[in-house]
Design a protein around this ligand. Sequence first.
Ligand SMILES: Cc1cc2nc3c(=O)[nH]c(=O)nc-3n(C[C@H](O)[C@H](O)[C@H](O)COP(=O)(O)O)c2cc1C
Length: 251
Amino acid sequence: MATKCIRFSNISQQFNLRKMSIDIGGMRLRYKNKDDTFLEKHLVSKEPFLQFKSWFEEACSKKEILEPNAMCLATSKDGFPSARFVLCKGYGKDGFKFFTNYGSRKAKEMDENPNVAATFYWEFLNRSVRIEGHVEKLSEEESTKYFHSRPVPSQVAATASYQSTPIESRDVLCEREKVLEAEYIIPQKEVPKPSYWGGYIIRPRAIEFWQGQSDRLHDRIKFRKSAAGEVPDGKILHEGEDGWVYERLSP
Ligand SMILES: Cc1cc2nc3c(=O)[nH]c(=O)nc-3n(C[C@H](O)[C@H](O)[C@H](O)COP(=O)(O)O)c2cc1C
């Protein structure tokens, strides 16, 4: 689908210096889809993973989308959510993979509550994909394999950083980096994967596909795992494949 967006120009910023409150209420994109078709026409599959593959590959083919694999990952502990971007490093029928530091804030939150949500947003295509599920850690073997596939400076940086811990200055990191370089890079030794670094897989129970439309009646198709005893009526709830059902949601 060829998509063109124009930014609404009547952005009147109301700046109140005393309150430091800037009104950007007029800021929005006007979606201008050349082909205003319903999302059903773009559904290539009755299960969500092939559908994701189709949209993801299209996003990857657009030079305007620099990091199509960036996803916003939301975790939650004690009822307080937090969100940050991570890079998705693999996807398939088993789920969506990403890598991080096992001592980071997100990791601690996932230790306590493995339920997460993740969202992709491809502005150029006016598309978003929304995932809900639970995480499991990847095997040490898979994490190690991926760790060594990364550029060496990334391996060093991951080892040098105790992610999310407060530090006095950037110099602390640079010092650790120097020590690691002397230990591994100069003698050309492999940087070992630290025990505090590895991957997760999100095993989804729901995946929603959102397509922005120029009339702002956007399309939303949500796949979810069928509940026990649930019978699709073919009108509101449709039978999918592989234990999935899907429904259209109001925008
Ligand atoms: C586009 C983008 C991609 C990122 N990818 C990752 C990633 O794959 N893994 C990671 O640990 N942090 C990644 N980060 C950094 C995280 O957003 C975050 O700063 C870091 O993981 C610490 O988060 P936490 O304190 O909530 O654990 C990325 C940031 C951006 C903006």
